[in-house]
Design a protein around this ligand. Structure first.
Ligand SMILES: [Zn+2]
Ligand SMILES: [Zn+2]
Length: 435
């Protein structure tokens, strides 16, 4: 029904955009929020559907800046439909797809394909991120203006670092003219060499080549200097080190337009989980030690790091069953992201709920230069309800993502999304996705 009326009652509205944290009932008509009312005042209002959200927190839909959908070309690991089902299950209404799929998103046709598939699914908004260089080869810039016209929300070579500083400089100039950010996977190839995991106690114990924190920090420093010189906006993907945090602090102090995101796995785990050769914890950049974890978590809490994103990287069971050195990097993250950070940052580390939500809503919107989702009359009804009391064990076999690869399997977490609405339509309720 086009103009179906839904009434949502009993929840505490939590909207970091409006700064609201208070019980309210809301009424949705069709795709939009019609109004926000004092609790209990919609008792007799006519509605096609009434949803009781007693004890839940109702927030604007979450945005994930960093997702690998694998399609087109890598459908054995994920399709647009399965990836967006995972997004809905995780409480996300907007996801940004990285360009390193089987067919690189360096041409307008690939972006059109992604947008059409997403529109057909009706599960979430897909904002494609286009490649900075042709074929992600790092040598020749793509036609960034044409890619923007085809719907590119940002530019990145993620999966690969933009290792050539001249290319990064040129990309920042062009992206600035287009009003979009450049997102960089910061890893210096010469410093990383054949490193497999964080260089430290665990890498020595496992006798594996290590990756230093400096291999991430050097390109971050370069990007800060280039953002300053060009006036372009650089966004640091998956920041994982204390050195990176220190550089970001410098950039912020100097007023340089550099932002960063942190990942749930870097906020919860350390390289200890790799003991015994657990490939589920193999990720790029690697899980690091507790001092780095704490530095990144502190920066997320303080707002220095403005975004939490998943780096959702689904892989088949076969791929992750390879020997440690050959197994691919990545974690299937969309369906556990919110519970992992709720349990870790809100419950253990006492981060205020509105601050946490801001990292999933305001921060990503600011990076993309788009208006954030908000709960207000007339706004598009992109919503997530979170049950802070819900306790559940992570079961990868229940994932909608084709990738069951997670280091969180069997972990009991508190605080899960229980309802997702995308443009007024229920896409997930009590863990069940409605395609
Ligand atoms: Zn990356
Ligand atoms: Zn990535």
């Amino acid at each position: 029904m086009v103009n179906e009326v839904k009434v949502l009652t009993g929840a505490t509205l939590a909207d970091p955009v409006a700064g609201i944290f208070q019980p309210f009932d809301i009424k949705i008509r069709g795709e939009r929020i019609e109004g926000i009312y004092p609790p209990g005042s919609l008792g007799r209002a006519a509605a096609d559907q009434r949803l009781s959200l007693e004890g839940c927190i109702l927030a604007p839909g979450l945005t994930d800046l960093h997702v690998h959908l694998r399609a087109p070309g890598g459908e054995a690991n994920e399709t647009v439909a399965s990836g967006l089902m995972a997004a809905a299950a995780g409480g996300f209404t907007t996801v940004c797809a990285m360009p390193n799929s089987g067919q690189v998103a360096d041409k307008p046709e690939v972006l059109s394909y992604l947008r059409e598939r997403a529109a057909a699914s009706g599960l979430a908004r897909l904002l494609p991120i286009a490649a900075v260089t042709k074929g992600l080869a790092g040598k020749e810039l793509t036609d960034m203006a044409a890619l923007k016209d085809a719907g590119a929300a940002a530019f990145s070579d993620d999966g690969m670092p933009i290792w050539d500083s001249g290319i990064m400089e040129a990309a920042l100039y062009r992206a600035k003219a287009l009003g979009l950010p450049v997102i960089d996977h910061c890893e210096d190839p010469g410093l990383k060499r054949d490193g497999l995991i964080h260089g430290g106690v665990i890498s020595r114990e496992m006798d594996l080549p290590g990756i230093s924190a400096v291999s991430e920090a050097v390109p971050i420093a370069r990007n800060i200097l280039l953002a300053q010189k060009t006036g372009g906006r650089a966004h640091i993907a998956h920041l994982s080190t204390a050195e990176g945090v220190a550089l970001l602090r410098f950039a912020q102090r100097e007023g340089i337009a550099v932002t960063a995101e942190a990942m749930p796995h870097h906020l919860r785990l350390t390289d200890e989980v790799l003991r015994g050769g657990n490939t589920m914890g193999k990720v790029s950049p690697p899980l690091r030690d507790e001092s780095h974890r704490q530095a990144v978590a502190t920066a997320v809490k303080s707002g220095l790091i403005t975004c939490i994103a998943t780096d959702h990287a689904p892989w088949s069971a076969d791929a992750k069953a390879r020997p440690f050195a050959q197994a691919p990097n990545g974690i299937s993250g969309l369906e556990t992201a919110l519970a992992v950070v709720w349990d870790t940052l809100v419950l253990r580390e006492k981060m205020p709920i509105l601050d946490l939500l801001a990292r999933f809503i305001l921060g990503p919107a600011a990076v993309l230069g788009r208006p954030p989702a908000t709960i207000a009359p007339g706004a598009v009804a992109d919503l997530v309800a979170i049950d802070p009391g819900k306790v559940k064990k992570v079961d990868p076999n229940a994932f909608y993502s084709l990738g069951k690869n997670t280091p969180f399997a069997g972990l009991t977490l508190r605080g899960w999304p229980v309802l997702t609405l995308y443009r007024g339509r229920i896409t997930m309720r009590e863990g069940q996705v409605y395609a």
